[in-house]
Design a protein around this ligand. Sequence first.
Ligand SMILES: NC(=O)c1ccc[n+]([C@@H]2O[C@H](COP(=O)([O-])OP(=O)(O)OC[C@H]3O[C@@H](n4cnc5c(N)ncnc54)[C@H](OP(=O)(O)O)[C@@H]3O)[C@@H](O)[C@H]2O)c1
Length: 238
Amino acid sequence: MSTPDAASAGAGATPARTPFDLPDVSGLVVGVLGGTGPQGRGLAYRLAKAGQQVIIGSRSAERAAAAAAELGHGVEGADNASTAARADIVIVAVPWEGHGELLAALRTELAGKIVVDCVNPLGFDKQGAYALKPEEGSAAQQAAALLPESRVTAAFHHLSAVLLEDREVEEIDIDVLVLGEERAATDTVQALANRIPGMRGVFAGRLRNAHQVESLVANLISVNRRYKAHAGLRITDV
Ligand SMILES: NC(=O)c1ccc[n+]([C@@H]2O[C@H](COP(=O)([O-])OP(=O)(O)OC[C@H]3O[C@@H](n4cnc5c(N)ncnc54)[C@H](OP(=O)(O)O)[C@@H]3O)[C@@H](O)[C@H]2O)c1
């Protein structure tokens, strides 16, 4: 079974799913580690605007409180550990360089939580962006290795923080690829993505395939530079 079609044919009599057969996540608290950066602030803004309760985390509670006040829509700020402890779903939005150390320190707070890794391990040189090769395979797999009691997923890699933060932009036109080992967890993350107008969560496999998804951001950065765009992705025929 080498083609995508052949693989789906193997599903036999299983009825087709739509990316909208999903749980209600409106009551869940979302925490964002590294929520003072553009990606964290942008996601926090969009989710809070859609009615989700959101806490942004930081290494400094004061920085988090200041960023939360600017975001409005009821967003709260706290240090990363309190954010992880209080949230039901925790988005990891720190640079790759700080990823492993932060998650290792929060193992207890993140136990039992759905963790959503959106970290893209990239390098930059004169030729542009390129994908790094984490020892564990991907940032998401590093998270899963460091957080054995958490429900680790990967999503939100291909978003433009510029668009997320732009208050003139009403809809974010993108499919969010959601990866993970556990279907209930990936369904929850898909449903979270679906809360944001224009955005759709699409299941895209297990964490062993996260490397390609994280790496594709290097290609999107090339597109953006060539065409002065904020490129995103759509999956057809789903
Ligand atoms: N920017 C985008 O368009 C975009 C899109 C998709 C995915 N992503 C991914 O999202 C992540 C965050 O992106 P970003 O552009 O928002 O990054 P960023 O601004 O460089 O970092 C986000 C926040 O992380 C905290 N931080 C910085 N270094 C840290 C360290 N060593 N350990 C722990 N925390 C640290 C900082 O918050 P405090 O100083 O307040 O702690 C910072 O405000 C990245 O991994 C990126 O690959 C970004």
